[in-house]
Design a protein around this ligand. Structure first.
Ligand code: NAD
Length: 296
């Protein structure tokens, strides 16, 4: 089988914070894209996707999806539209950061993928090997991590995380696509908890939270110090957590909990109680219009 894939059509699985924006970036680059999510329990089957796309069009100061490209995107759901996957060269999975949910979905979609298609996960830091173990043996050579950063339209970096079994030529192919079609800078990372950027990012966030608690500094003061005063207009510590999604941030922290015993900071790699409390109340950050900051 040829090891070159011309990526002309892509499916993105998950129309949440990341999936919807990755899909928008793809269509803005002129690539036909199917954006999948769960069929809604009530209302239109593609309700989750349509709502996500609508939000992207309304975003200020600039919509994340250009109106002229909107016809390149097609909303889809795992209930009735799985056959659409057959025509896709690349499938990017961007559903919630739960190993069991991702594995369930792979099981459901695998029979519908084209023989040449690449399946890549946007996981923030779950073990790529554990995810690959859940796909059919033949598909494992076409499986890897493809970690976009939030917001994917503006963040240059994409981490590619191959496994030993990943086909080297397909990976080169994917990297060329990311660089030449999507304008990204690619770093290849090893399959370690949270890979490279999030390993550092989670440490930095938790260290900031720890010191803020220790010295009694309010979160808005921390954000002022780690934001505008450092020349970062908005992306400061707590605001970033709201933008990422507090549930997603907690999952990314969980990925490191108890795993890095040799790290002098390992005892701090756990979700603070107050943050777990916000998540329990449904205050998940910007996507829920309530989080550490009430409204964004
Ligand atoms: P999100 O919570 O915004 O969206 C998750 C999506 O998954 C939702 O659309 C939901 O309908 C869908 N979903 C939930 N349960 C499902 C199931 N059982 N089967 C199929 N679909 C299901 O999450 P997100 O922030 O977009 O994160 C998606 C992935 O991207 C995660 O793996 C996350 O770690 C990763 N990621 C997130 C960020 C970020 O800043 N939020 C950045 C990089 C990578």
């Amino acid at each position: 089988m040829a090891n070159t894939v011309h990526i002309r059509r892509v499916a993105v699985l998950g129309a949440g914070v990341m999936g919807a924006q990755i899909a928008a970036h793809l269509v803005n680059a002129g690539i036909e894209t199917f954006l999948f999510d769960l069929p809604a329990k009530d209302g239109p089957a593609n309700g989750i996707v349509l709502k996500a796309l609508d939000n992207l069009k309304k975003l200020k100061p600039a919509p994340l999806m250009s109106a002229s490209r909107a016809e390149l995107i097609q909303p889809a759901n795992y209930g009735s539209d799985l056959e659409l996957l057959r025509s896709c060269d690349l499938v990017i999975e961007a559903i919630a950061e739960r190993l069991d949910w991702k594995l369930d979905l792979y099981h459901k979609i695998a029979p519908h993928l084209a023989e040449h298609a690449i399946l890549a996960t946007n996981t923030s830091g779950l073990s790529i090997q554990s995810l690959a173990d859940g796909v059919p043996a033949e598909l494992q050579r076409r499986f890897c991590g493809i970690h976009f950063f939030n917001p994917p339209r503006y963040m240059y970096l994409v981490e590619l995380i191959p496994l030993l079994k990943t086909d080297a030529a397909l990976l080169d192919n994917l990297e060329t696509f990311l660089v030449t079609r999507l304008g990204k800078g690619v770093v290849r990372a090893k399959d370690t908890p949270n890979f490279l950027a999030n390993r550092i990012g989670v440490f930095s966030m938790l260290a900031t939270i720890h010191h803020a608690e220790q010295f009694g500094i309010r979160f808005d003061v921390v954000d002022d110090l780690t934001g505008p005063r450092m020349g970062r207009p908005k992306s400061a510590t707590f605001r970033t957590a709201d933008v990422v999604g507090l549930d997603t941030f907690a999952h990314v922290v969980d990925t490191m909990t108890g795993k890095l015993a040799g790290d002098p900071w390992h005892a701090h790699y756990k979700v603070p109680g107050w943050l777990a409390g916000l998540i329990e109340q449904g205050a998940l950050g910007q996507k829920a219009k309530a989080g550490i900051y009430k409204k964004d």
